[in-house]
Every structure is written in structure tokens, then in C-alpha cells.
Design a protein around this ligand. Structure first.
Ligand code: URA
Ligand code: SF4
Length: 180
């Protein structure tokens, strides 16, 4: 049995030794849309909320413009709930150890749509083996949930307007699923 009430004090992997806060996720599990990123960054580790730094500002600007939804209308979380040192990519063992928390969040959630951000989430949640460049915008069905992946907003902050444009097109695909 896994109890989400125990997530804020989890010490199942070594990321617990260097984190400040476990970032459980924010918004409502009653929401129609779950957004899954990679791992908390510095701002999130300090603030205890998902996507509250620069990546989050860009993400929720695009979500508002393309989906007409606010942060509060989504449930937003990450594949791993604790910040990896210096924002390195989470290790496969860390992802595997943390996975039951996300699975339980998805199990109790009412969401019917899921957006995975970047390679780590696309692989861990959607099971894609190819890179995000090949898989973004592809709709897959996971039980009762329709899901797709797009670039991580941090990639758009590095890559500029062309990456933002691809994210907008992927979000437009999601918008058609939300409002057929
Ligand atoms: N990047 C992520 O993947 N998640 C966050 O919560 C913040 C930045
Ligand atoms: Fe627990 Fe996940 Fe944090 Fe590791 S990353 S300590 S498994 S909550």
C-alpha cells in the first residue's frame, strides 16, 4: 500500500539527502489535465511547488494562451519529486524508485488528459523510447487517459522561438482533444 500522505517525508532514494523540500505537485487532482515535468529545479526545491521558476512561467503562459487554462485548473507534478543536485538528469534508479508516487497520483486523479514535458517524462510516463524530437505531438492512450508529449519549457528557454512554436503546435493538438 502506498499512501500519498507519506510523500512529503519520503526518503526512498538518495535525492532525499540533498533536497530542501519534496515537491509533491500543485493544483487539483480533480482537474481534467495532468502535466508532468522532469524534476524540481532550485526555485521549486526552495518553494516546495512545481514549476514556479522561469520554466514554469513560460509553461503556464503557453498553457493559458493555447489551452485557455490556468495553473490552478491543472494538476502539475514531476517524474521525480526531489531536486537532483545541480539539476542533473534524474538517474534511472531514482526514476524507478519514485515512480510509484506518480502512479498513485495518476490512479487517484480524475484527469482524462496528460501532457508530458521533455524526454524524461515522455519516456517514464508515455513509455516512448525515441527522443522527444520524434515523439512530440503523438497522441497515445493510457487506460482512460489521452496523453501526448512536448518539449520541456527549459528546452524552449534555451532553444528560442522555434521550440516555443513547436510547443504551441503540440498544445493545439491537446486543445482539440480537450474541446473536440
Ligand atoms: N523543471 C521541471 O521539470 N519541473 C519543475 O517543477 C521545474 C522545472
Ligand atoms: Fe522519495 Fe522520489 Fe524524493 Fe526519491 S525523489 S526521496 S523516491 S520522493
Amino acid at each position: 500500500m502506498i499512501d500519498l500522505a507519506e510523500l512529503p517525508t519520503c526518503t526512498k532514494c538518495a535525492l532525499s539527502l540533498t533536497r530542501q523540500r519534496v515537491v509533491v505537485g500543485s493544483g487539483s487532482l480533480e482537474s481534467m489535465l495532468t502535466i508532468v515535468g522532469e524534476a524540481p529545479g532550485k526555485t521549486e526545491d526552495e518553494g516546495g511547488e512545481a514549476f514556479i521558476g522561469r520554466s514554469g512561467r513560460l509553461l503556464f503562459q503557453l498553457v493559458l494562451e493555447e489551452l485557455d487554462m490556468t495553473r490552478e485548473q491543472c494538476f502539475v507534478t514531476n517524474v521525480v519529486k526531489c531536486r537532483p543536485p545541480a539539476n542533473r538528469t534524474p538517474r534511472p534508479s531514482e526514476i524507478a524508485t519514485c515512480q510509484p508516487w506518480l502512479e498513485e497520483q495518476l490512479r487517484v486523479s480524475r484527469a482524462r488528459f496528460l501532457l508530458a514535458l521533455g524526454n524524461t517524462a515522455a519516456r517514464a510516463v508515455l513509455g516512448f523510447t525515441e527522443g522527444i524530437g520524434a515523439t512530440h505531438g503523438r497522441v497515445v492512450t493510457l487506460g482512460t487517459v489521452q496523453a501526448l508529449a512536448t518539449y520541456h519549457p527549459a528546452a524552449a528557454l534555451r532553444g528560442g522561438p522555434s521550440v516555443v512554436d513547436v510547443m504551441r503546435r503540440d498544445l493545439a493538438v491537446l486543445k482539440k482533444l480537450l474541446d473536440p
